[in-house]
Design a protein around this ligand. Structure first.
Ligand code: KE4
Length: 428
């Protein structure tokens, strides 16, 4: 594969955009090399500026669960754009997508739309603090909830990839209200709660972690968090920016039958346009302005274009529940193929998977939290990433990311991918 044009474009981008990208993980710093510039995409394929076709296992970090340029979404956006793109006034469309989301997701009565997953999680924390009148929050090392200050305390994803867990610019004043726990370690959480009695407003968790690679909740972990929160008057916030509308129609609350108090969404809910959202029962959401005292706002929140894209996406998912079974079957097929060929080549690895979220870790031990995820052999991962890229397969440019499977993938695409992994793993 030749990436000459991408390299030229990256050099130009670096002159006017910090690091040449608008989000750090895209810069390939964790794997080396220069980022690929995309010209277009359709279904499961990316077409880069050098004319290469790549099978896409990132799908814009999750949104393209039904493939790139999914026609119902594209048609809805084109039609809506001709009628005006943003009014800063209420539209019926917002009510339609809100009502549909509320009907799809358990245990929520109302939803507020924002413009990113960061905004959704940031707002959810403020709502929990306003509702409980407490200041502190617990998050988990390696989990990522966006780049607002309260979360950049050993965040996962980009910050971990850059090996600088605490970001400069986050004040001590902010950091002191964020407590860090170990994922899948209920005892650790209980200890933190005990040591901060009646001071903790919320526990925010990726109910299936995707920013340390994919890490499933161990049996009893989410149930334990639910019980600890109920016993201590703490709001349990499920950050479902990755998992929402992907792992099940109703997300992880449906998948595992566990109720959060507040749920955050992003990615899929916008169908590829900038949409985030947070939702809860009315007794909590009614604390939000203009009804209640907790302030939260946004010029482009609920704008017609984004709502049109999101509504078309949610309607497609709501009308064909078989999509989630197909995603499960395709990802299980991929996992079995990777397992087979890596074992045949005597590679040391672990595969983590929940539904259509999957990651490969080059370490023999179970990957159950940030500490164990960090033990993966990054040199092997770099060979894995670049070897697959040369074969026309695009996986996450970081060992601390999950892959996002799209229903647009065919079994032929999966076989091509498995064969490429077999070939590349011979070079380890
Ligand atoms: P955004 O602000 O990027 O829309 O969402 C933040 C966010 C919140 N919660 C979870 C669980 C997330 O995974 C994310 C963002 N995910 C990253 C990928 N690990 C987005 C990619 C990027 O940062 O460019």
């Amino acid at each position: 594969m030749i990436y000459q044009r991408s390299s030229q474009l990256f050099a130009e981008a670096e002159k006017v955009i910090p690091g040449g990208v608008n989000s750090p993980v895209r810069a390939f710093k964790a794997v080396g090399g220069t980022p690929i510039f995309v010209k277009s995409a359709k279904g499961a394929y990316l077409y880069d500026e050098d004319g290469n076709r790549l099978i896409d296992y990132i799908n814009s970090w999750g949104p393209m669960v039904l493939g790139h340029a999914f026609e119902p979404v594209v048609d809805a956006v084109v039609a809506k754009a001709k009628l005006g793109t943003s009014f800063g006034m209420p539209t019926e469309l917002e009510t339609q997508i809100a009502a549909l989301a509320v009907s799809m997701v358990p245990n929520i009565d109302k939803i507020r739309f924002v413009n990113s997953g960061t905004e959704a999680c940031m707002s959810a924390i403020r709502l929990a603090r306003g509702y409980t009148k407490r200041d502190k929050i617990i998050k988990f090392a390696g989990c990522y909830h966006g780049h607002s200050d309260s979360f950049l305390i050993q965040a996962g994803s980009g910050a971990i990839t850059f090996g600088s867990p605490n970001s400069p610019g986050v004040t001590e004043g902010t950091a002191k209200d964020t407590l860090l726990a170990r994922y899948n370690d209920l005892e650790n959480v209980a200890t933190l709660i005990e040591a901060n009695k009646n001071e903790i407003a919320a526990i925010i968790v990726e109910p299936v972690a995707g920013n340390m690679g994919c890490i499933p909740p161990q049996k009893g972990f989410l149930e334990g968090l639910r019980q600890l929160c109920t016993e201590n008057g703490i709001q349990l916030i499920f950050d479902e920016v990755m998992t929402g509308f992907r792992l099940a129609k109703g997300g992880v609350q449906e998948l595992y039958g566990i109720q959060a108090d507040i749920v955050c969404f992003g990615k899929v809910i916008g169908g590829g346009l900038p949409v985030g959202a947070f939702a809860a029962r009315s007794e909590i959401m009614n604390h939000l302005a203009p009804l209640g005292p907790v302030y939260q706002a946004g010029t482009l929140s609920g704008n017609p274009l984004a709502m049109a894209a999101g509504l078309a996406m949610l309607q497609a998912l709501n009308n064909d529940p078989a999509i989630f079974q197909r995603l499960e079957e395709k990802t299980a097929y991929l996992a079995a193929g990777i397992d087979r060929v890596l074992k045949a080549n005597n590679v040391v690895f672990t595969i983590n998977r929940v539904g259509s979220m999957i990651s490969v870790h080059f370490d023999a031990n179970p990957v159950v939290d940030f500490q164990s995820a960090a033990k993966g052999d990054n040199d092997t991962f770099k060979k894995f990433f670049h070897g697959l890229l040369q074969e026309g397969i695009y996986i996450a440019p970081s060992a601390y990311e999950t892959w996002f499977i799209t229903d647009a993938l065919t079994y032929e695409d999966l076989d091509v991918t498995i064969q490429a992994i077999e070939k590349v793993s011979k070079t380890f």
